[in-house]
Write a protein that binds this ligand. Structure first.
Ligand code: 13P
Length: 287
């Protein structure tokens, strides 16, 4: 069932668990994430970066594929199709393409401009029945060309953006896209706590879910995080399983080169990663 992410995240915040956003890259990725959500009876958010959207030939292709897969796979758990780190133009493209949720990442604009653009997009998204995420304080590292310095968000700015009627808020708290460096300082729970104090029952979003230790994830959920984004970790598991298959020479045996066989271990590895995360985030059985 394709839905906006509003209800599922409201329920998650109230129930003290988090819904995973898993970024998708192709048909296999989407199929693995949807199958796991259904198997575990968990709500799920499919994240699509602008780069991944372009790779899959455009947002219209993605929306059509996801809607058809939900139907053909008999997926009954709530699924949101969400633009990840959207530009202003990208948000409009996804609204038109049939996404059920968007993120407007205006964190690199001066706060006044971020407020202006977010306000406008909230109106449009809500009129079309979509949920909308906004961002304050950038997420460190790089994801599909979106580069952030990783500064912690200012709780007052978070309040200003939260008051615009957005449905969930991404705030930088020392999190980074991609693998965490050895000298990473960890999440700033002080910042997260201050943000939650200012924004009340607004579901908070933790980007850069790859490689955050389980105890930090749990503490972040305790402090109001209701959505956690995971991208790199599925890519790493897919790559490792595919490498193992090829290095074992399995693509050379019989019809092992058949893409349905060649890509199967990677697809299974994505499922295992998604399952592990859903269990950690507490969303299993919450559909
Ligand atoms: P990771 O790639 O670090 O898991 O981050 C995902 C993310 O935050 C998507 O916006």
């Amino acid at each position: 069932m394709l839905v906006s992410a509003t209800e599922m995240l409201k329920k998650a915040k109230e129930g003290h668990y988090a819904v995973g956003q898993f970024n998708i890259n192709n048909l296999e990725w989407t199929k693995s994430v949807l199958a796991t959500a259904q198997e575990l009876n968990s709500p799920v958010i499919l994240g699509v970066s602008e780069g991944a959207g372009k790779y899959m030939t455009g947002f219209k292709t993605v929306a059509a594929m996801v809607k058809a897969m939900i139907e053909e796979m008999n997926i009954t758990v709530p699924v949101a199709l969400h633009l990840d780190h959207g530009t202003y133009d990208g948000c409009y493209k996804c609204i038109r393409a049939g996404f059920s949720s968007i993120m407007f990442d205006g964190s690199h604009y001066p706060i006044e401009e971020n407020v202006e653009k977010t306000k406008e997009l909230v109106k449009v998204a809500h009129a079309m029945g979509l949920s909308i995420e906004a961002e304050v304080g950038s997420i460190g590292g790089e994801e599909d060309g979106v580069v952030g310095m990783g500064e912690c968000a200012d709780p007052d700015e978070c309040k200003a953006i939260a008051d615009l009627g957005i449905d969930f808020l991404a705030a930088g708290i020392g999190n980074i896209h991609g693998k965490y460096p050895d000298n990473w300082q960890g999440l700033s729970f002080e910042t997260l706590d201050a943000i939650q104090q200012k924004t009340g029952d607004m579901p908070l979003v933790l980007h850069g879910g790859t490689g955050i230790p389980a105890d930090m994830i749990k503490k972040a959920i305790d402090l109001g995080v209701a959505k956690i984004n995971v991208n790199t970790e599925c890519q790493l598991s897919f790559a490792a399983a595919t490498r193992e298959y090829v290095e074992a020479g399995k693509d050379q045996q019989g019809k092992g080169f058949d893409p349905r066989k060649l890509l199967a271990p990677g697809a299974e590895a994505i499922k295992a990663t998604v399952k592990e995360k859903m269990e950690l985030f507490g969303s299993v059985g919450k559909a």
